[in-house]
Design a binder for this molecule. Sequence first.
Ligand code: G3H
Length: 254
Amino acid sequence: RYIKVLRGLDELELGLKEELGLKEVYVVPSGLNNIETQRELGKFTAEFLQQNLKDEYTLAVTGGTTLAIVADLMLTKKELTDVVVVPGRGGLGEEVEIQANTIAAKIAKKINGKYHLLHVPDNLNKDLLETLTKESQIKRVLNLVKNADILIHGIGTAELMAKRRQVNSKKMNQILNDGAVGEAFGYYFNQEVDIIYSTTSVGLQLDELAKIEKTIAVAGGKEKAEAIIAVVSNKYQDVLITDQHAGERMLTLL
Ligand code: G3H
């Protein structure tokens, strides 16, 4: 707390909380580079998550490098009982190390919980997707996801995420021309928090987020400031965890 006051982080937290209308905002010190910043975010978020998890909770997670670090930095904790960890959405074309499935499994192991995976690729045609979601195993996992107590997700810049998820260049140009700046779990948002485009995938749909008791967004680095503003709103999130550089830039834009 003392360090936070000294660095002005507490004021930054208050400013962001007010501007974004969120219940909770946490700002960690920025590192000298993005890797250091991600570690700061990861350390704080892992601890925050561990404090907020309770017995019999269902935790839904998304993919990304930030969440992968959170999973790495979670401490082994055996006191919790019957916690279930699930991926928030099916595959989003990520490398296996940063897929939501991998992160869900890793976190579950750390906290002695169970995990269930969603092995459904993106961009299947509608009929096939509908058939798959009726399959009992998948249906069971989707039910857990929709009734999660906590959801934690990362945020990316629209361009980088479209590239990483191999959106074809024509589609990508269209999304960017339409004004997309930020992305979270397959949804691309413009500066006004409107959805510009969504990847076809199973799992959480945006309008289901309000039902989840605690939705936590974690994202940092100055270059993500616009993306965070585009994605985060009190319609969807309760908590934002970010870093000083991103936070300062966000306040100049809000
Ligand atoms: O959906 C957004 C991404 O998960 C963010 O990924 O943490 O690797 O920047 P990142």
